[in-house]
Design a protein around this ligand. Structure first.
Ligand code: IPM
Ligand code: MN
Length: 365
């Protein structure tokens, strides 16, 4: 057995670099609480790397390299000033999720105690569930075609691929989570899809749902995605573990981020539960605004200070949990939550102040 945790760090671009550096400072402050030390190896797979090597996606060289690590921590990728949006997302993020068969994207929607939600009247007692997003297929398989390009009859087709195997594996993971969470006596698992319209892709979802519905150790329920989004706002308390298709999960977890305190609080683990390949942990960043350049495209250090690093701290903590470093994970989690709870001052605090506060908190625990 290794004597240290071997972690690959991919800061990515812009805000990704900012929050990764902040997270690594907090991890350093938690060193004393680790069972085994952590070795971080940084890989700058980002816009500059793709430009320099004239690449469209990570190739066998990068994948073989990353494969050797226990886990991957990712900041955020994408710099529209260098590469047009879409290339790096597909070429790095989706590539890694698929190549390393990270078939679950675990995204907790948990409003910390004492943090206000944008949903009036909802507290941490109401908003406490986990979305398990299918992370390797659905609309994300990049399959489709364009017909009659350039004519008035032009038509784009996109294939949604859902397989029985993947949905079943996702459900197995979700069931384990629900048992661990112990939110209710019998785990409640929602299957969220759009069976009334996407009738073909719905087959495997329906089949796995029926299997769970016939079990007596779980309370399996089905909900359409449109209703689910409404219910997240109206009655989030009913949810414990929610399983859903890749794109539905992408959209729903941005809503989740907002109701749990903002995108800067949302955590995400791209997990390969078998451990054959590394899992990858990242703050949910899909909609994070760029805080590096001012309106004239100049780097602005004061803008950088507006970035909120808590989602990165919490994602790192999720990674530590996965490798059995409960004490350090708990300390970092508590430090991030202490920052978030400091309302309304939190909003005014700079990145450095929040990072320093988290480091001090962790050290004093
Ligand atoms: C996310 C992001 C990604 C996704 C993008 C950047 C490809 O929005 O992780 O939620 O759609 O999965
Ligand atoms: Mn997203």
């Amino acid at each position: 057995m290794e004597t240290y945790h071997n972690i690959a760090v991919l800061p990515g671009d812009l805000n990704g670099i900012t929050v990764t550096e902040a997270a690594l400072k907090v991890v350093k402050a938690a060193e004393g609480k680790l069972i085994k030390p952590i070795k971080h190896t940084r890989f700058d797979y980002n816009a500059d790397y793709f430009l320099k090597h004239d690449m469209k996606e990570l190739g066998p060289k990068e994948l073989d390299e990353l494969k050797k690590y226990d886990q991957i921590f990712l900041g955020a990728i994408g710099d529209p000033t260098k590469i047009k949006p879409g290339i790096l997302e597909v070429g790095i993020l989706l590539k890694l999720r698929q190549a390393f068969d990270q078939y679950v994207n675990l995204r907790p929607v948990i409003l910390p105690d004492g943090v206000p939600s944008v949903v009036v009247g909802k507290t941490s007692k109401d908003i406490n569930f986990e979305i398990c997003r299918e992370n390797s297929e659905g609309f994300y398989v990049d399959a489709g075609w364009i017909e009659k390009k350039g004519t008035d009859e032009e038509a784009g087709y996109q294939i949604m691929k859902c397989t029985y195997k993947s949905v079943k594996k996702l459900a197995e993971f979700g069931f384990k989570r629900a048992v661990e969470r112990k939110k209710s006596d019998k785990p409640v698992m929602h299957f969220v899809f759009k069976t009334n319209v996407l009738t073909y892709a719905a087959y495997p979802w329906q089949r796995v749902f029926e299997e769970y519905k016939n079990r007596d150790d779980v309370d399996a329920r089905y909900m359409h995605i449109d209703n689910f989004l409404m219910q997240m706002l109206i009655n989030p308390k009913q949810f414990d573990v929610v399983l859903t298709e890749n794109m539905f999960g992408d959209i729903a977890t941005d809503v989740g981020a907002v109701i749990q305190g903002g995108i800067g609080t949302a955590v995400s683990g791209n997990i390969n539960p078998t451990g054959i390949f590394p899992s990858m942990f990242e703050p949910i960043h899909g909609t994070a605004p760029d805080k590096w350049y001012d309106s004239d495209g100049k780097y602005d250090a004061s803008l950088v200070q507006q970035v909120k690093p808590e989602a990165a701290f919490l994602s790192y903590a999720m990674m530590l949990e996965q490798v059995g470093e409960t004490k350090a994970a708990e300390a970092i989690k508590k430090a991030a939550l202490a920052n978030l709870r400091d309302y309304p001052q939190y909003k005014e605090k700079t990145l450095d102040q929040l990072t320093d506060a988290a480091c001090v908190y962790v050290k004093n625990l």
